[in-house]
Write a protein that binds this ligand. Structure first.
Ligand code: SAH
Ligand code: SF4
Ligand code: F3S
Length: 437
């Protein structure tokens, strides 16, 4: 039996694609092994959203050179967004690569591997667009109880800094019937939690119906018997609708968590980013969400150091952060991506200034998350236990419906179950809780 090891970089979309890759390879008779060094085939599913993502993937790819020299029959495949972006050029700098596949042709990976093995020459296939949904492929899921369900692929927003529309193509929605059937089939297999995926879930259906139909889709999925927790990501502030929030308030299995990237708090910077909303609009949304969904968590992505951003713009971002008090925020320093509009903008802000802004933002946000978590100490929440902590193997980790990360002590039998927990300690990125009888 042939073996493979798969390494996934980047966002949930890539995690889903990796489960499809695993499903395809399992169907082709491959066995998955955890260690790269033990595998007949090594696959990297890559990201290129920032320069650091490129560097990480290429760094780890370079580190495979020795393995390939020792075992020439080893096959190394690189797929995902970085492969879509750089294509065959990867062979110039990394000639030990055997297969390059893009984001639109995950299904062809087994054939490309077979071709490379047979010919002894690299096989490269990077397509311009999608003909089939990776979501239709069989998946080898990481957890029995959880499934990703991509509702759209691609993105039409072209935020000026973002490479995703180039490497994932135009936005394309699967039909509501297809998605409902997929959800039903997953529930029949015992899946309790489903995460609907799209770069901008709120615009779901625009290509099919001429107007977004996300709320309708969510209502249909929420009616599927057996689905206990339905999550979705990512929401876009320009498209998120009040009716979606109202539906979430009305349905128990729609989890009270909204990931709503702010990016910046200055209207000038938001306009340059082509985000098509204002800080005031964002604040209005956050207020509405907190009013209508009592235990909701609002999380976000924020960037500092956009070309032309000034100290005053940055202060406006801080002020939105202080006002919203996000439950959690992923913060980034702007990274120019060749081929995007912003890559050509003048960028006079010195690196050191950007680093200072980044540290300050992180500090303010960590304090806000900590305070929000501290307010929960003594409260009782249901926690779905997902597994062991990576750092402390005898500690369990789980999540609340609002997606808050919780550490707790308890027997392994609790994995895969919902446990009532009282919070005892708070940190910026997680809470510690005590399981109740
Ligand atoms: N579709 C989602 C996620 C896009 S990528 C959305 O619309 O938000 C995830 C995050 O990476 C973005 O929210 C943004 O904060 C960050 N990001 C994207 N491009 C970037 C760039 N060029 N430099 C730094 N951060 C970037
Ligand atoms: Fe990128 Fe903007 Fe699309 Fe998100 S909405 S993937 S940030 S272009
Ligand atoms: Fe995701 Fe990175 Fe691609 S964020 S869509 S894996 S560029």
């Amino acid at each position: 039996m042939k073996s493979y090891a798969l390494k996934t970089f980047g966002c949930q979309m890539n995690k889903d694609d990796s489960e499809r890759i695993a499903g395809l390879l399992a169907a082709d008779g491959y066995l998955e092994v955890p260690e790269l060094a033990d595998a007949d085939v090594i696959i990297f599913n890559t990201c290129c959203v920032r320069q650091t993502a490129d560097d990480r993937a290429y760094g780890q790819l370079s580190a495979l050179k020795q393995l390939k020299a020792d075992r020439p029959e080893l096959l190394i495949a690189i797929g995902g967004c970085l492969a879509q972006k750089d294509g065959e050029a990867i062979l110039k700098t990394h000639p030990h690569v055997d297969v390059i596949f893009g984001t639109h042709n995950v299904a062809h990976l087994p054939a490309l591997l077979a071709k490379a093995a047979l010919s002894g020459a690299p096989a490269c296939e990077v397509l311009e667009g999608t003909t089939e949904f990776a979501g239709d492929l069989p998946a080898e899921r990481r957890h029995d109880w959880h499934a990703w369900l991509p509702i759209t692929v691609g993105c039409d927003n072209f935020c000026s800094y973002c490479i995703v529309p180039q490497v994932r193509g135009r936005e394309k929605s699967r039909t509501i019937d297809d998605l409902e059937n997929a959800a039903r089939a997953l529930a029949a297999e015992g899946v309790e939690e489903i995460t609907l995926l799209g770069q901008n879930v709120n615009s779901y259906g625009r290509d099919l119906f001429g107007k977004p139909a996300f709320t309708e889709l969510l209502a249909r999925i929420s009616n599927v018997a057996g689905l206990k927790r339905i999550r979705f990501t990512t929401s876009h502030p320009k498209d998120l609708m009040a009716e979606t929030i109202d539906l979430m308030a009305a349905r128990d299995n729609l989890c009270p968590h909204i990931h709503l990237p702010l990016q910046a708090g200055s209207d000038r910077v938001l306009a340059m980013m082509r985000r098509r909303y204002t800080a005031a609009h964002y604040l209005g949304l956050a207020r509405m969400i907190r009013e209508r969904l009592p235990d909701v968590a609002i999380t976000t992505d924020i960037m500092v150091g956009f070309p032309g951003e000034t100290a005053e713009d940055f202060e406006q971002t801080l002020s939105v952060v202080e006002e919203v008090r996000f439950d959690l925020a992923y913060t980034f320093i702007y990274s120019p991506r060749p081929g995007t509009a912003a890559a050509d903008y003048d960028d006079p802000v010195p690196k050191e200034e950007k680093s200072r802004w980044f540290s300050r933002l992180t500090e303010v946000q960590n304090q806000a998350s900590l305070e929000r978590h501290q307010e929960l100490i003594g409260e009782r929440f249901d926690v779905f236990v997902e597994g062991h902590s990576k750092k402390e193997r005898n500690r369990l980790v789980g999540r609340t419906a609002s997606n808050r990360l919780v550490h707790l002590d308890g027997p392994d039998e609790q994995i895969g179950r919902t446990v009532p927990v009282v919070f005892t300690e708070a940190f910026s990125w997680f809470l510690i809780g005590k399981g109740q009888q």
